[in-house]
Design a binder for this molecule. Structure first.
Ligand SMILES: [Zn+2]
Length: 135
């Protein structure tokens, strides 16, 4: 599935919120964290909903669908594996996250898994976050 960088960011943010016990959010959350209008945030939520990645809760907001959650986990996995590989290649931890963010969308799932094997199947990224397992 093709996702824009912004759509990917929304899914990752929603998974972080879900892990903190906030499974349902609306456009005002995204308009405040990204400094955009509520209408722009709503458009991204509509797009994600039309791709069946979000579940709509009338008058409350949106939560991740099972597929949306699986994709969000994969996005974290891909980012952290690439971050780890860059760090192994000598990039300082402080730069690895930003560099990974610019490169990650070029990696297919196959590339991601191949890279994970090559760098020794790490369980955590260099800053200590768990690299989630995805089916
Ligand atoms: Zn990290």
């Amino acid at each position: 599935m093709r996702l824009s960088r912004r759509e990917s960011e929304y899914l990752k943010e929603m998974l972080k919120l879900e892990e903190r016990g906030i499974p349902v959010v609306g456009p005002s959350h995204f308009s405040s964290i990204y400094g955009i209008s509520r209408a722009s945030a709503q458009r991204v939520l509509n797009d994600l909903h039309s791709k069946n990645l979000l579940v709509h809760h009338r008058r409350k907001g949106y939560s991740l669908s099972d597929e949306g959650r699986t994709i969000a986990l994969y996005l974290f996995r891909r980012h952290r594996i690439l971050e780890y590989a860059l760090w192994k290649a000598g990039v300082p931890v402080s730069d690895a996250c930003e560099l990974a963010a610019r490169m990650e969308s070029a990696l297919t799932r196959e590339d991601t898994e191949r890279l994970w094997c090559v760098v020794g199947r790490p369980m955590r990224c260099p800053c200590g976050h768990i690299i989630p397992e995805v089916e």
